[in-house]
Design a protein around this ligand. Structure first.
Ligand code: NOJ
Ligand code: CA
Length: 575
């Protein structure tokens, strides 16, 4: 890409930025009740800043009965008492701003909690002002819920069924009702007036349902009906109303788009229907599973590379990617796409595999220290509604141990264990027993241990973010993948004018040889980042754990990569 093209529409403020996602309940307990809160967040803002990120996305921190841990909201304009109150939120916001960190809130408008006053009123009958805030029918259609069986629940008070695409305690709002859309705009203004900088919009492509709610078909039972509520008939109309509010404030909007395809995403991100600045897509989260992590399959690097490159190529010059490998909805990435044995090596390599792509990187709490999946002993110990449903719905002919193993591989709960701050009791997360299990590896995997270690995963994330920020090429440059068919190595280039960065990532547990792309033959690249120590200066550089890799400096020069090694080279083309 030529430098002059950057200026066309690329100077939006969020493009050079990177974000840290906080799931507050498990981040840091500041008031000693075992639950993470905004007092803990306040104390850790300097740590977040030290990572080199520029903003924070808060998963929902509003009052909620926690049927889906905050994604079932009972009051959009307050703070969950477990987390603090509005004054404490304002303190966090002000301190974050003074540190140069933006704050993005989660906007969950596809559904509320069934304990939201709107629903409590709505269920009372057909003649109250909230009657049409939700989707009520005398007879259900065949849609299935993504979290809990049928998508319809009979309400004996109202004598009708209500729609819930997610859990039973998450009734879907009726976005066709202009009063509901007005409420959404009021909620947006409430937070924007307080000073927040934007929204991450939950399952935003699901909010408009097809008229008449016809029966649906799907090869995935849980998605029955989805073709009638994904990218529904009025979605762009409704989102353009919300966009107008955001435009008044120069805020940014990031939509979560489950099952979104490149083509449908482009409608949200470009042209006349542009209503979002970025979208979270899911294709790259399916390199070891199908739709839900519960339908597990062996990890395929080829699938991962295809997904990465598809989105990079499609959006290049037209839209902007939201880059992530982890969030509160997915198991930990080292346990999925890396190796817990080559923990440090794969944790660092995975960072480089996505942070240098074109887009705004998001890092989920604990990802930066290489937290891994937790293995609980019984399904009763898991808390996440979708894990519990999956266990009781799929693979029922298998023995319980095998089914539990599937939950271990797939559960969202692995992302929700308390953050590991140090090796003291309760991992430094709380002075008392935390609300949820701590991963037993906390004595080895924690912030305090990684801080002083120049080769740690934590410090590698810092190096990646600072390298990205230092270079217009790494932010705006053209993305090109090399050797897409290689089953061990993911190699991509970012280029702008006469500068190129080549990012090489080995996904192999064995030494593998990386070839130079022909365009670089004869060119000498400068090694600007590597996740292994230098062979020349460190006698342990060829050793991982107790294994001597048998590689010497000569072999490294010939292009051999150590297990999960990543290297970033910078090339300048002479004119
Ligand atoms: C997506 C959120 O990220 C997830 O945590 C939640 O369960 C569903 N949307 C429903 O709100
Ligand atoms: Ca607390």
């Amino acid at each position: 890409m030529k430098k002059e093209n950057i200026s066309q529409n690329n100077h939006d403020w969020y493009k050079p930025m990177s974000f840290y996602q906080i799931w507050v309940r498990s981040f840091c307990d500041g008031n000693g009740d075992g639950i993470g809160d905004l007092y803990g967040v306040y104390d850790k803002l300097e740590y977040i800043k030290s990572l080199g990120v520029d903003g924070i996305w808060f998963s929902p921190i509003y009052p909620s009965p926690n049927a889906d841990f905050g994604y079932d909201i009972s009051d959009y304009k307050d703070i969950h008492p477990d987390f603090g109150d509005l004054d404490q939120f304002k303190r966090v916001l002000n301190k974050a701003h003074s540190l140069g960190l933006k704050i993005i809130m989660d906007l969950v408008i596809n559904h509320t909690s069934d304990e939201h006053p709107w629903f409590i009123e709505s269920r009372k009958g057909k003649d109250n002002p909230y009657s049409d805030y939700y989707i009520w029918r005398d007879k259900p259609n065949n849609w299935k819920s993504l979290f809990e069986g049928e998508a319809w629940e009979y309400d004996p008070i109202r004598g009708q069924y209500y729609l819930h695409i997610f859990a039973k305690k998450q009734p879907d709002l009726n976005m066709d009702n202009p009063k509901v859309r007005q409420e959404v705009k009021d909620i947006m203004r409430f937070w924007l007036d307080m000073g927040v900088d934007g929204f991450r919009e939950d399952v935003i492509n699901f909010i408009s349902k097809k008229e008449g709610l016809p029966d649906g078909l799907s090869f995935l039972p849980a998605a029955t009906g989805m073709s009638h509520y994904k990218d529904g008939p009025h979605i762009h109309e409704y989102l353009s109303e919300f966009r107008k509010v955001c435009n008044e404030y120069d805020c940014f909007q990031l939509g979560e788009g489950p099952m979104t395809t490149v083509n449908s995403a482009m409608k949200y991100l470009t042209g006349k229907t542009k209503s979002l600045d970025m979208m979270f897509s899911f294709d790259h989260m399916m390199a070891d599973c199908l739709y839900t992590e519960y339908l597990h399959r062996p990890f395929s690097l080829i699938k991962l590379k295809k997904a990465f490159t598809k989105w990079q190529n499609a959006l290049n010059g037209k839209a902007w990617n939201a880059l992530y490998l982890e969030n509160h909805d997915h198991p930990r990435i080292i346990s999925r796409y890396g190796s817990e044995y080559f923990w440090r090596e794969s944790g660092t390599m995975l960072a480089a595999s996505y942070i240098f792509q074109q887009g705004t990187p998001f890092i989920y709490q604990g990802q930066e220290i290489g937290m891994t999946n937790i293995k609980l002993m019984s399904i009763d110990q898991y808390m996440d509604v979708s894990s519990i449903t999956n266990y009781h719905t799929y693979h029922l002919k298998e023995d319980p141990e095998r089914r539990l193993h599937r939950i271990h591989l797939s559960s969202r709960d692995s992302a929700r264990t308390p953050m590991q701050w140090n090796a003291t009791d309760n991992a430094g997360f709380s002075k008392v027993k935390p609300w949820f299990y701590i991963n037993p590896n906390y004595k080895r995997v924690n912030v305090a241990k990684e801080e002083p270690d120049s080769l740690s995963i934590l410090n590698f994330y810092r190096k990646c973010l600072s390298l990205r920020k230092s270079s217009e090429t790494l932010i705006y440059g053209q993305y090109t993948e090399h050797f897409p068919k290689d089953k061990n190595i993911y190699m991509y280039e970012r280029s702008l004018d006469d500068e190129s960065y080549l990012v090489i990532c080995s996904f192999s547990r064995f030494p593998v040889k990386a070839h130079k792309p022909p365009k670089f033959s004869g060119c000498h690249g400068e090694l600007v980042l590597c996740n292994y120590p230098d062979m020349k200066t460190d006698p342990h550089a060829g050793i991982v754990g107790n294994i001597h890799l048998g590689l010497n400096e000569q072999e490294l020069k010939k292009g051999y990569l150590r297990p999960y090694e990543t290297r970033v080279y910078r090339y300048i083309r002479r004119r």
